[in-house]
Every structure is written in structure tokens, then in C-alpha cells.
Design a protein around this ligand. Structure first.
Ligand SMILES: [Zn+2]
Length: 252
């Protein structure tokens, strides 16, 4: 079994999952992504791709964890003015997360880390995590601080030598860099367009929709993105989150 396959729950057969549990694997990583517009240059599954790579690499970094299939779609009502976006109500997303956790708990996982990769999913994850934790034996570890998440992306860019900060990140330098690092072919390099920069009002984005602020769906400048920056960002998030999960597991 390749190392990639050995952490991807959905590519395993049931007896391999059983053996992993018997051998001491007790942690599941559940990314919560989206299917929503990401400008004229990034695919709709941007946040899902990001979730796939984070879950797989956090699981590998921990060494005793499996990556569950990334949940999607997410809560993307504020992107519905762009064709292709698929959204579910927060209650539906929370129900799916609850069912994932119940299932993993029943199989003997003791720690379930929830990793939202799309802004609209952070609230529902934060809301439902303590509810689920009260209901099941497994400990639920939400990594759902949106400001911290966006700060990690900005720091990753700056560590790669790109001084480019956005208070709200969507389809700009950081996310374009991440997709370049995951699969270059998915980025339409001839369609890189800038969007509004600087201080963006999240309240307005949510209440009036993304299109009220950005006609092409982009915030910031995707031209700043590089493969190297994408790799730095991914590695930074993976290391930070893995460390956090290790700390939580020790304290529970
Ligand atoms: Zn995104």
C-alpha cells in the first residue's frame, strides 16, 4: 500500500481500516469544503481540493490518523449569483457533520478533527462541534478560527517572499498559489483577473453576496501566486494544525 493510500479512508478496504484501528490509529481528519465559484481562473472545487490535501497531509504528519472524505458542498449562499455554485443550508451541513462523527465514533475513532476550508463553513462547524462532542464518546476537535486560518495563509505567502495581505481571502494570491501547488493544470493562467483589494467588509459579503463587491468573483490579485508559495502555505497549515491536534489529544 502506498503511503498516500494508507491514510485515505475512502480508498481503503474495510479490513484495512479495521487493522489500522487495531494498530492504534484513533484519529480521523474531516475536512469541510465547498463547491463554489472561485473567479474566472480557479475550479469550483478549490476548497474541496484544499480540504483533500490538508486532511491527507495532516493525517500523514500525525502518523496515526486517517483522512475521511472531504465533505462538500458547503454553505455558499453568498456565491449563488455565480453559475455552478452548489449550496446547502447550515442545518444540512451540520447534520452531515454529525452523521460523519457518529459513524467514525461507532468504528472506534477517539478523536475527530474538523477542518473547514471554506469561510461559510466555519460558523456551522463551531456551532455543531460542542453538540456532537456531548453526544458521542469521541472527542471532537474543531479547527474553526477563520481569522487564524486566513492569517496562516497570509503568513505562508510572506514566508515565500510574497508580501501580500488580504483580510478576506477568496480566489486571490493565496488560494491561487494553493491550487498551483496541488495541480497546476487546474489554474486557467490566461484568465487571471484582479478583484477588489484592501479592507473588505465580510458583513456585506454575507448579506449582499459576493457579486455586490466583486464582479468576477475574485478578491485581491491572483497574479502574485506561485507554486512555491502554495507549497509553503499548505505546509504551514499542516504543521500548525497537526501540532494543535497533538496538543488537544494530550489534554483530553
Ligand atoms: Zn476558497
Amino acid at each position: 500500500m502506498s503511503s498516500r493510500r494508507s491514510v485515505l479512508l475512502e480508498e481503503m478496504v474495510w479490513s484495512e481500516v479495521e487493522s489500522a484501528l487495531e494498530a492504534g490509529t484513533r484519529t480521523a481528519i474531516v475536512a469541510v469544503g465547498s463547491i463554489e465559484q472561485h473567479g474566472p481562473h480557479l475550479p469550483l472545487n478549490m476548497d474541496t481540493l484544499d480540504g483533500d490535501v490538508l486532511a491527507r497531509r495532516i493525517a500523514s504528519e500525525l502518523g496515526d490518523a486517517l483522512a475521511a472524505p472531504t465533505i462538500r458542498p458547503g454553505c455558499s449562499g453568498h456565491h449563488m449569483e455565480f453559475p455552478g455554485t452548489i449550496t446547502v443550508p447550515p442545518e444540512t451541513l451540520m447534520d452531515v457533520i454529525r452523521s460523519y462523527c457518529r459513524s467514525l465514533d461507532e468504528h472506534g475513532f477517539e478523536y475527530i478533527a474538523l477542518v473547514p476550508t471554506h469561510g461559510g463553513n466555519f460558523g456551522p462547524v463551531r456551532t455543531v462541534a460542542p453538540d456532537i462532542a456531548r453526544e458521542i464518546d469521541a472527542a471532537v476537535i474543531p479547527l474553526a478560527d477563520l481569522d487564524e486560518h486566513m492569517q496562516l495563509l497570509n503568513e505562508g505567502l510572506s514566508e515565500a517572499g510574497i508580501e501580500y495581505d488580504q483580510n478576506v481571502i477568496h480566489a486571490g494570491a493565496a488560494e491561487t498559489a494553493v491550487v498551483l501547488a496541488i495541480d497546476e493544470d487546474l489554474v486557467r493562467m490566461d484568465q487571471l483577473e484582479r478583484g477588489p483589494e484592501g479592507d473588505i467588509s465580510t458583513a456585506r459579503l454575507l448579506s449582499e453576496g459576493f457579486r455586490s463587491i466583486t464582479e468576477n468573483g475574485v478578491l485581491g490579485d491572483p497574479n502574485e501566486a506561485t507554486i512555491e508559495a502554495g507549497e509553503t502555505i499548505i505546509q504551514k497549515v499542516v504543521e500548525t494544525y497537526a501540532k494543535y491536534i497533538e496538543t488537544e489529544r494530550r489534554s483530553i
